[in-house]
Every structure is written in structure tokens, then in C-alpha cells.
Design a protein around this ligand. Structure first.
Ligand code: SAM
Length: 235
């Protein structure tokens, strides 16, 4: 079974839910709201960080995530807020058919699948616009990479990391130990590192016509050492 099918349980999800400042999410939502189309498919939506806010601003949203815990969290939040966003447990390797105009894949999930699966994922997206938010683009990630990382506590959960870089396959492998009091969850994540050009090629091969690359949601151009790549592809 691939690592991501049982990695995203309550401890890592709690860590991730608390990790992103609200201002960053708001800036991303402002950016996403400028895209055309009413129906957004949020691929690997997690706990609904984007899907809930897009729904609150009037978009029709379908969120899909492999983590049942994250989907339950998002569903509960939508109900509490009276939002009509739809959340489904599902896998980006076999996405449900929707009428979405736009697909978004935010928060680094783009690098999780292996190469062939990534190409199949892109080829299967029947949407006019695609947004990828990818912090492991080679131009962003490799210049500042450090194998050693200090443990980090966020949202009451401490994450310890032991990192490796698999040069032959350009993969960043992290052995995580999440702890909260007596609770412990261990898992190993794998991120595939692609250059921006490789991502662009894969997206073009999947049938998208134009590609824009940004460094942030304010639209700064993507360049060497930008913190992350935000790629917008249009048919
Ligand atoms: C780092 S979180 C990002 C969540 C959300 N997009 C965000 O930005 O807040 C990564 C998410 O990807 C989901 N995920 C990982 N592999 C997946 C797959 N094959 N199909 C669907 N979701 C997946 C995880 O369950 C997790 O919720």
C-alpha cells in the first residue's frame, strides 16, 4: 500500500491543520477566486482549508481526500457553518467524475504519487483550469535543503523528522514521528521532486495549453529559490 493511504491520521492532520497561518490561506483563496468557473474540485482537500472558504464565497465545491479523518473533519465543519460543500473519501489516482470547471491541488500533494501515476492523474483531469501548489519543485526545494531538522510542535503535536534524499529518483523521504503526550504515530512520506519545467511538460502533455508559474498568490513570477511553485494551467 502506498505510504499516503495510512499516513494522514488524526495526529499528522492536527499538526497540518494548525501549521498554515490563516493569512496564507486567505491569500490563496483570494487568488483562487480570480479563476473562472463555478465548480471547483479540490484534490487532496485535507480538512477543507480551501474548500470551506471557497464554498463560503459562493463557489460550488467538491473536495476529495484519501484521509477519512480529514474528510470527516471537513464535513463536520461544513455542517457547522451551514456550507453546502461536498466532501468525499477518494484517491487522486481514481478521482470521481464531476462537472468541475477547475481543479486545485494545494499543499504539496502533487508530489506524492509516483511518476506514472502523476501523469495519469493529470491526464484524467477533465477541467478547463488546473492549479498546482507545489513546494517541492526543484528550484524551490533543493537550494535550501537540509537533512537535519529540529523537532517542531504545532497544534499540540510534535513532529520529529529523519530525512533522506534519493538522488537516483529525486525523492525526498521523511520518516516522521508525531507525538502528543502518550500518543505516537509513525509514518514515512515520499515527495517526488520535479523541476518547474518538468511539471510544465507533464501538464502540457496532459492536454493543457497555457501555463503560468507564480511564486505566491499575489502573482509574483516564479524564479530560482522562490518558496514554492503555484502553477496555473488552462486548456
Ligand atoms: C499536506 S495535506 C494538504 C491538504 C490541503 N490540500 C491543504 O492544503 O490544506 C495533504 C493531503 O493529501 C491527502 N492525500 C495524500 N495522498 C492522496 C491521494 N492519493 N488521494 C487523495 N488525497 C491524498 C492527504 O490525506 C492529506 O490530507
Amino acid at each position: 500500500m502506498p505510504w499516503y493511504t495510512d499516513f494522514f491520521t488524526e495526529l499528522p492532520n492536527t499538526f497540518w491543520r494548525a501549521a498554515v497561518p490563516i493569512e496564507s490561506t486567505t491569500a490563496e483563496i483570494d487568488f483562487l477566486m480570480k479563476l473562472p468557473g463555478d465548480h471547483v474540485l479540490d484534490v487532496a482537500c485535507g480538512s477543507g482549508r480551501h474548500a470551506l472558504e471557497l464554498a463560503a464565497r459562493g463557489r460550488r465545491v467538491t473536495g476529495v481526500d484519501v484521509s477519512a479523518e480529514a474528510v470527516a473533519h471537513a464535513t463536520d465543519a461544513a455542517r457547522e457553518r451551514g456550507l453546502s460543500a461536498e466532501f468525499l473519501v477518494g484517491d487522486m489516482r481514481a478521482l470521481p467524475v464531476t462537472t468541475a470547471d477547475t481543479a486545485i491541488c494545494m499543499g504539496n500533494a502533487f508530489g506524492y504519487l509516483d511518476h506514472d501515476q502523476t501523469r495519469a492523474f493529470l491526464a484524467g483531469l477533465d477541467v478547463g483550469t488546473l492549479v498546482l501548489d507545489y513546494g517541492f519543485a526543484a528550484e524551490s526545494f533543493l537550494p535550501g535543503v537540509a537533512l537535519e531538522e529540529e523537532p517542531l510542535t504545532i497544534g499540540g503535536v510534535t513532529a520529529e523528522q529523519i530525512n533522506e534524499y534519493d538522488v537516483a529518483r529525486s525523492r525526498w523521504i521523511t520518516h516522521f514521528t508525531f507525538t502528543r503526550g502518550e500518543e505516537v504515530h509513525r509514518g514515512t512520506s515520499v515527495q517526488h521532486v520535479y523541476t518547474a519545467a518538468e511539471v510544465g511538460r507533464m501538464v502540457t502533455e496532459a492536454g493543457f495549453g497555457t501555463i503560468e508559474m507564480y511564486a505566491d498568490p499575489d502573482g509574483a513570477p516564479y524564479e530560482l529559490r522562490s518558496a514554492r511553485l503555484i502553477l496555473v494551467a488552462r486548456r
